[in-house]
Design a protein around this ligand. Structure first.
Ligand code: GCB
Length: 590
């Protein structure tokens, strides 16, 4: 039998060959402005909770009708059930809801490769580990559930019908990022778009475009990476500037000078940037602004800005983590209604369209990777995974003016291993992108009532999650934190809030009631507004969101700290409390 014939000596031997992590930040290419062949739609699908597919080598099975088969495979990738890509598979069948493990996706790709062209597959995101097979052979694997990755299929394709197979595993393990325990639902599958890009042999890999923060607001730096090219030209037509960039060892850069209009939330001005090299061309739509800190202030284009924010998860009652243009636009509309100029995209990289829309609509963003709670800080593989997720996020979004923060972690105990791990992540972020501020949600010593975290030394801005009125009782302690801490840097209240169940099951008063949540907001705002180093906030959270670990009578599988219920329509009283405060802050800034 197939299983016997293929039995390995050690269980691990079935999987180790596929854990190469070679689809990573180094293989990512810039795709904006390129023609794509979309590969979304129906894919053949199978849930494989015991990883039978890797043991029986389903990927090596030739397409054939069931009658032609001579081995009793436990799954046939070529016939049977389909699911749409992108989607979160647990949302598609009730019986799958709480499953986690491997699933297989298969689809044909009909194409005749042209000699001298490169065929690059891009997967927007697959939660968490994705092993890619083409025509029966292993191409590579990617770790990390929320960032895009690319695979060069050129040598694997044959004329006519090809088969793509992906084994996507969302098992939570202690060494992943995040690890086993987190406060959001563990959705699985290919939940962002998949597309194939047809490139010339010599091509443009990436461009990084930003305004130089020298106070003049005229100098634009463009850094280019290319393969097989010795020069490229860049043009910003609306500014009437262009230049030729010498590419040496795959890299080149140029400074262009122009009288430009700055990007800001009030005036989200964007410019087309076009890069050409050989037969290749890429584009982006970029805003120019600077962001720096001065004492406890955050300066946007040289002027202090107070961040009127809200945190948001990528979560939907019906589609899970799979998002849409409509969903994203509704999110920004609600944020606008609330009076926000800022969003914290928690706790992992959201869909790339979120930052594009923030650029267009004029919002500032905090983006982060899921270095969340007690991940395996002493494990070098875990570090490499986190470092790669951070690098992929930065390379994906570094041309977005809206993004002002890279956050390297959330509420992690202050151990030596964590300090080394996160300090190294902060310097990775600075090496990749020296133009943005580095932050993290740091720790408060609740007994001593002060901010106390060794990590703050390597951050530009300190995030603090505090839940006075909810997990901590005494509001007087929050005021004491204000008096006792001398952070010497800007501080953001990166989370605060309280649950409120506004369904018919919800209580009238006390914990979990709408009125209690509103009262927590009133008390919080009264104290926070008086602390000089608090330079903004992103309360927890815009919408109620799904999570397995919360099952009391009011939660029923949801975190209910939303200012709006999970239907993304019904506002709670606290929404109004916060919007009135933000209105006042905005008026004072005018
Ligand atoms: C936190 C976490 C966030 C949780 C939140 C809560 O501090 O950062 O992920 O969802 O508290 O509701 O407990």
């Amino acid at each position: 039998l197939a299983g016997n014939a293929l039995r390995a000596l050690h269980e691990e031997d079935y999987f180790r060959p596929f854990e190469t992590c070679d689809l990573n930040a180094e293989t990512l290419i810039h795709t904006r402005g390129r023609q794509a062949l979309p590969l979304d739609g129906a894919w053949n699908f199978c849930v494989d909770l015991l990883d039978t597919g890797l043991r029986q080598r389903w990927y090596a099975m030739e397409p054939a009708s069931p009658e032609e088969r001579d081995l009793p495979w436990d799954y046939d990738p070529y016939v049977g059930e389909t699911v749409p890509v992108p989607s979160c598979w647990q949302m598609l069948r009730e019986k799958w809801y709480f499953f986690e493990g491997s699933v297989w996706y298969t689809r044909p790709l009909d194409l005749t490769p042209v000699p001298g062209r490169r065929y690059i597959l891009r997967i927007g995101a697959a939660q968490y580990d994705c092993k890619l097979f083409v025509n029966g052979s292993f191409v590579g694997n990617h770790a990390g559930g929320s960032t895009p990755f690319c695979a060069d299929l050129t040598g694997h394709l044959r004329p006519g019908r090809n088969w793509l197979m992906l084994c996507v595993n969302n098992t939570r393990t202690l060494d992943r990022v995040p690890m086993r325990n987190s406060d959001w639902f563990n959705y699985g599958g290919i939940y962002r778009e998949v597309a194939l890009y047809d490139l010339p042999e010599a091509f443009l890999r990436s461009m990084f475009v930003h305004l130089v923060a020298d106070g003049n607001n005229r100098r634009i730096r463009i850094v280019v990476e290319a393969e097989g090219l010795s020069c490229a030209t860049v043009e910003i037509p609306e500014l009437g500037v262009s230049g030729e960039i010498a590419v040496d060892g795959g890299r080149g850069e140029i400074i262009l000078e122009a009288a430009l209009e700055l990007w800001s939330p009030e005036n989200p001005r964007l410019y087309d940037v076009i890069l050409r090299g050989g037969d290749d061309e890429i584009r982006d739509r970029v805003g120019f602004r600077t962001v720096v800190v001065r004492g406890h202030e955050i300066l946007l284009n040289g002027r202090p800005v107070w961040l009127r924010g809200i945190a948001v998860h990528e979560d939907d009652m019906l589609t899970g983590k799979c998002t849409s243009e409509e969903d994203l636009r509704r999110r920004f509309l609600h944020a606008r209604e609330l009076g926000c100029n800022f969003l914290r995209l928690a706790h992992y990289p959201h869909h790339e369209r979120a930052a594009e829309l923030a650029d267009e609509l004029g919002f500032l963003l905090w983006e982060e990777i899921p270095v969340y709670w007690a991940i395996d800080f002493a494990n070098p593989r875990t570090f490499e995974d986190a470092r790669n997720q951070l690098t992929e996020l930065i390379r994906r979004d570094r041309n977005r003016a809206s993004v002002i923060f890279w956050s390297v972690g959330n509420e992690n105990a202050d151990t030596d291993a964590r300090l080394a791990f996160m300090t190294a992540l902060a310097s990775t972020a600075r090496d990749e992108d020296g133009t943005r501020l580095i932050t993290a949600a740091c720790l408060v010593n609740h007994a001593a009532c002060r901010i106390e975290d060794r990590l703050v030394d390597c951050l530009d801005v300190i995030g603090i999650n505090e839940y006075y009125g909810w997990y901590e009782n005494d509001f007087a302690d929050l005021a004491a934190i204000g008096r006792n801490s001398e952070p010497g840097k800007p501080v953001l209240i990166s989370e605060t809030g309280a649950d409120a169940d506004i369904s018919d099951c919800g209580p009238e008063r006390g914990l979990f009631s709408e009125s209690y949540q509103a009262e927590v907001y009133r008390r919080q705002l009264e104290i926070l507004r008086a602390i000089p180093w608090v330079q903004g906030m992103s309360p927890w959270i815009l919408y109620d969101f799904r999570v397995e670990r919360r099952q009391n009578v009011f939660q029923r599988g949801y975190n209910r700290k939303g200012l709006i219920a999970a239907d993304k329509a019904t506002k709670k009283e606290a929404f109004r409390v916060l919007s009135e405060f933000y209105e006042e802050v905005a008026r004072m800034e005018e």
